[in-house]
Design a protein around this ligand. Structure first.
Ligand code: PEP
Ligand code: MN
Length: 345
């Protein structure tokens, strides 16, 4: 339920009402201001509450029920678009966020070279997995803490905040220390223990869509993090499993306008995992930007054919630089700015 206060009600009235609802055992969100009115959201369970009586309380104008189960991730409460700050970079808010880097951190040299080249092309954040969710236990599993340290140092050296995947809650302290943003991978989108743990932190979360997750399931996963108190979430479309086997996944670009209609959270697109094919990454990244994505996540490696994971879907630095140049033409047509290329340092 959303309780909308009368226009003449002051913050003190709203806070008094909030305290009163709290005494009644209800879980109430913070007082928010919108269109000149204060409002409060009762987000938890509220069986047996007499809502008709609630609308007669002092200062209350009306009580509006939520029509969707994703109360905090939806737009009924948060009508303004969220902007998520990650280090010095804003995701959402009209500037394209470009997350680039290798699938996995492999060595000091590999991640530093990647960081230098993607920064020069105009990337805003550096990616690189240190804990890898691989289908086979015999494949490269990531460098763990050493990898995180290399990633952080490479990001610092080239002025890029870093993002890496958290696979398990027991990795939280480590990832918290080294990363500016924590990625929840597709396979963990419904790991509710992990989501609850991330809800208790203040680190931005990049939440990837599960392999067979509906939009509502993705938003309900975001809801877990939001309900825990962490509002810094970015959604990521990364392709879903369909009957098509030509591409690794089917990139669902309709997710961009649909998620933006349903939620105030920023939405980015990962065309690398979304297609699994290097030659499809550039066209789908362009399409994602044209569809209104707040950013893209692209795998880039100095020598993709020697990559220890996902080389077949990874761009060369030259291809990435060319992609960025075309995004600078496409993005302004949909009101989005692209970070400039910078001289290589
Ligand atoms: C990744 O980004 O490296 C990754 C494993 O992605 P996903 O969880 O989308 O498969
Ligand atoms: Mn990968």
């Amino acid at each position: 339920m959303i309780i909308v206060m009368k226009p003449e009600s002051a913050m003190d009235d709203a806070l008094a009402l909030r305290a009163r609802l709290g005494w009644m055992g209800l879980e109430v969100g913070p007082v928010v201001q919108h269109d000149g009115r204060l409002s409060l959201a009762v987000v938890g369970r509220h069986d047996g509450v007499q809502w008709d009586a609630m609308s007669t309380l002092p200062g209350v104008e009306r009580v509006v029920p939520f029509t969707r189960p994703f109360k905090l991730a939806g737009r009924e409460l948060n009508t303004e678009r969220a902007v998520v700050q990650v280090g010095s970079v804003e995701i959402g808010g009209g500037r394209l966020a470009v997350v680039a880097g290798p699938c996995s951190v492999e060595s000091e040299e590999q991640i530093h070279t990647s960081a230098r080249l993607v920064a020069a092309a105009g990337a805003s954040l550096l990616r690189g997995g240190a804990f890898k969710p691989r289908t086979s236990p015999y494949d490269f599993q990531g460098l763990g803490e050493e990898g995180l340290r290399m990633l952080r140092d490479a990001g610092r050296a080239h002025g890029l905040p870093v993002v890496s995947e958290i696979m398990d809650l027991d990795q939280l302290d480590l990832l918290y220390e080294y990363c500016d943003m924590l990625q929840v991978g597709a396979r963990n989108m419904q790991n509710f223990t992990l989501l609850k743990g991330l809800g208790r932190t203040d680190k931005p979360v990049l939440l990837k869509r599960g392999l067979s997750a509906t939009y509502q399931e993705l938003l309900m996963s975001a809801e877990y993090v939001l309900a825990g108190g962490n509002h810094r979430i970015v959604l990521c479309e990364r392709g879903i499993r369909t009957f098509e086997t030509f591409s690794r996944n089917t990139l669902d670009l309709a997710a961009v306008p649909i998620l933006k209609e349903l939620s105030h959270l920023p939405v980015i697109v990962d065309p690398s995992h979304g297609t699994g094919l290097r030659r499809m990454v550039t066209p789908m990244a362009r399409a994602a930007v044209a569809a209104g994505a707040d950013g893209i996540m692209v795998e880039v490696h100095p020598e993709p054919d020697r990559a220890l994971s996902d080389g077949q879907q990874t761009l060369t630095p030259v291809q990435f630089t060319e992609l960025m140049a075309t995004l600078r033409i496409i993005a302004p047509a949909v009101g989005v700015e692209v970070p400039p290329a910078r001289p290589a340092g």
